[in-house]
Design a protein around this ligand. Structure first.
Ligand SMILES: Nc1ncnc2c1ncn2[C@@H]1O[C@H](COP(=O)(O)OP(=O)(O)O)[C@@H](O)[C@H]1O
Ligand SMILES: [Mg+2]
Length: 299
């Protein structure tokens, strides 16, 4: 009787033990699983943090670089303001006397061709001086609502003939109803003129210039050419004042090395950004970005 009664209770106890064990094992598995998912969540967070850190480091490097560029521009600007006015006056005198003499010597081809050279070189010198002056002309320029599509289209029209003679095809992908930006139309035209002329110079034996506008966080402009590209060792220096690779070879033009540094300064004045991507032998793309109108007004 007793035995009979004890046996099932032992069995019951064993079963209960087993059930507890199974439950404990289940619980342990649950804990391990939740620890695992916590761990992978932590790992994901570490990855995100690392990416943030890398992005921050990149940002710091970019800021440092643009600070260096801005300092260079500021010192060049001060120098230019002092020198440019002084040089412009004698240049104007030389060129007007040369032209006067040219008129007086009509018929004397040899001498008039020499005078023509003098005149052209004084124009070139004053072109350089005027580009220099742009560094110091930061104040007093009118900023207003401007339509980048219109400026781009007009600047391309200005160069149409030059592009045709060098067999450069132009593709305009301008976004209709592009929001306006806060800017100075004259200076922005100079930016595009510089970039388009550089593209043309890089495509001496023809190619394709593609200009596209887009709307994102700001107004974006992409200027892509299929030209010579920029060598890796030059790409850090293209915004430096007087950096040029155009040394007037056989058919090549002589550069001033001022186009991109002026461009950089103007884009900074517009609180914008400029970036470049280039592959030697394939081409170069410049990316510009300008803040949208309402943000710029609040600055
Ligand atoms: N689209 C481009 N393709 C290839 N090289 C370029 C391009 N734009 C600029 N560069 C390089 O950057 C240099 C500096 O340009 P810039 O400041 O306009 O001076 P410049 O045109 O007088 O040489 C150029 O001499 C050229 O080497
Ligand atoms: Mg140039």
């Amino acid at each position: 009787m007793r035995l009979w009664k004890q046996e099932p209770s032992l069995e019951q106890a064993r079963r209960a033990d087993r059930a507890r064990l199974v439950e404990q094992r289940r619980e342990r598995r649950r804990v391990v699983a939740s620890l695992g998912s916590e761990l992978s969540r932590d790992r994901r967070q570490v990855k995100v943090l690392r990416a943030d850190e890398a992005r921050l480091a990149r940002l710091v490097r970019e800021l440092e670089r643009s600070l260096v560029n801005a300092e260079k521009l500021a010192s060049i600007g001060m120098l230019a303001a002092g020198v440019a006015h002084e040089v412009n006056t004698p240049l104007a005198v030389i060129s007007s006397y040369a032209q006067l003499l040219q008129k007086q010597l009509q018929g004397d081809d040899k001498r008039t061709s020499l005078l023509d050279k003098i005149t052209r070189q004084t124009f070139r010198a004053s072109e350089i001086v005027n580009s220099l002056l742009n560094f110091s002309r930061t104040s007093g320029s009118e900023f207003a609502e401007v339509d980048l599509n219109k400026i781009i289209h007009e600047t391309l029209a200005l160069l149409e003939h030059q592009f045709k003679t060098t067999q450069v095809k132009v593709q305009e992908d301008l976004l209709p109803a592009l929001p306006p930006i806060h800017g100075n139309a004259g200076k922005l035209q100079q930016v595009f003129l510089n970039l388009f002329l550089n593209a043309k110079d890089a495509m001496a034996s023809g190619g394709m210039l593609r200009v596209a506008t887009q709307n994102g966080d700001g107004v974006r402009v992409m200027i892509a050419d299929t030209g010579s590209g920029i060598a890796q060792e030059h790409i850090q220096r293209i915004y430096d004042p007087f950096f040029t690779t155009k040394n007037g070879g056989r058919d090549g033009r002589k550069g001033t090395g001022l186009g991109l540094s002026v461009t950089y300064g103007i884009i900074q004045e517009h609180a914008g950004k400029i970036q470049v991507e280039s592959h030697v032998g394939q081409g170069t793309t410049f990316y510009l970005e300008f803040p949208l109108m309402r943000k710029a007004v609040n600055v």
